[in-house]
Design a protein around this ligand. Structure first.
Ligand SMILES: Nc1ncnc2c1ncn2[C@@H]1O[C@H](COP(=O)(O)OP(=O)(O)O)[C@@H](O)[C@H]1O
Ligand SMILES: [Mg+2]
Length: 345
């Protein structure tokens, strides 16, 4: 195929882009800042918009358009994606062909519209691949065998749980229990037990630094800053890893329940394969301390974190670009703009 191959992981927390022959060329938070007055003119996108979260004046709205795994603000998602695609594709003579991955909870109409946006923004052809499938490929799993593998991809807004066999998804489910929910639980905990309100970025920092999905043998603690919610004054407080665990433990129970419910509806042969092969954890959530141990102890099935879990999906799109002939057997094919929207421009 002429033109460059490009892979995009349109995640709820971040957008990552892979370019054939170059590797991962872009990683930016899925955030966009717009002017509320001037027809929603884009002011900043990615990292610079992320820095504005919680610090924006009234006239500017800072939006995470994919926050909960649904395209909550479609026009903003379009603007953000358009910006990145144009940055990568520019005005090339041969238009690139692009693989896009999206949270599996996104509706069919939204998927079609995303393909529409991709092709309207400079791509010649576009193809959509489910995130867990790309995650499995990126985790180095040979997905084409008639052999079941379970992927648990924990992102910011959603956790996708999928059983993959023979190059496609046999069973899958998506729950809104992921990184953002953990952050919110930490915010609630700090408010209730320490009388301090903190922003989502501070909560995320606490989670990454000392959070755990399995109680740490050696407790660790850190100092964080917030605002006393009674006096309104700045306040520093100490929080321990066990406290963070307490804050998120109900969510961990729910997450486990979701994994169990997928296993329940998985045919026995595939469950047998999963028992042998183990569960593979991808996405940023897999980095939470003790996530693999927790999953393993509570399901009784071996669980392991994929290498470089944050980049599995985008790396998977890179591998997929080279193996489109194999994926085509399962209906993953590049479509032109005419084929996607059904009409010529
Ligand atoms: N070291 C870490 N420990 C715990 N959570 C982490 C860590 N690093 C990233 N995360 C969380 O992972 C989530 C982002 O994961 P990612 O796979 O990039 O999401 P998405 O695919 O939805 O964009 C965020 O909620 C972030 O806080
Ligand atoms: Mg993801």
């Amino acid at each position: 195929m002429f033109g460059l191959g490009v892979g995009i992981d349109l995640g709820t927390s971040s957008v990552m882009i892979y370019v054939e022959g170059k590797g991962i060329v872009l990683t930016e938070p899925s955030v966009i800042a717009c002017d509320k007055t001037e027809d929603g003119k884009m002011i900043a996108v990615g990292e610079s918009a992320y820095r504005m979260i919680g610090r924006n004046p009234d006239s500017i709205s800072v939006i995470r358009p994919l926050k909960d795994g649904v395209v909550s603000d479609f026009p903003m998602t379009e603007k953000m994606l358009q910006h990145y695609i144009q940055k990568i594709c520019g005005n090339r003579i041969f238009k690139p062909h692009v693989i896009v991955c999206m949270p599996s909870s996104v509706t069919n109409l939204e998927k079609r519209t995303i393909l529409d946006v991709v092709t309207a923004s400079g791509a010649g052809m576009a193809c959509l691949i489910e995130e867990p499938l790309a995650a499995a490929i990126g985790a180095g799993i040979d997905i084409h065998h008639p052999y079941g593998t379970m992927i648990v991809d924990m992102g910011g807004g959603t956790t996708d749980i999928a059983v993959i066999t023979m190059g496609s998804i046999a069973i899958s489910g998506s729950v809104r229990i992921a990184g953002n929910e953990f952050d919110e639980a930490i915010m609630r905990y700090v408010k209730t037990y320490k009388n301090v309100t903190i922003g989502e970025r501070t909560a995320e920092e606490i989670k990454k630094q000392i959070g755990c999905a399995y109680v740490r043998e050696e407790e660790v603690a850190m100092i964080a800053k917030g605002k006393n919610y009674i006096t309104g004054m700045p306040e520093s407080f100490e929080i321990s890893s066990t406290e963070v665990y307490e804050a998120i433990s109900d969510l961990l129970d729910d997450l486990l329940e979701a994994v169990r419910s997928i296993l329940e509806v998985t045919p026995p042969e595939l469950v047998g394969d999963i028992a042998t092969q183990g569960i593979v954890l991808t996405g940023g959530g897999a980095l939470l301390y003790g996530m693999d141990t927790m999953m393993q102890k509570r399901t009784g099935i071996r669980a392991r974190m994929a290498d470089d879990p944050l980049h599995c999906v985008v790396k998977g799109t890179g591998v997929a670009l080279k193996n489109m002939n194999v994926l085509a057997d399962n209906g993953y094919i590049f479509k032109s703009r005419e084929e996607i929207i059904g009409i010529k421009d």
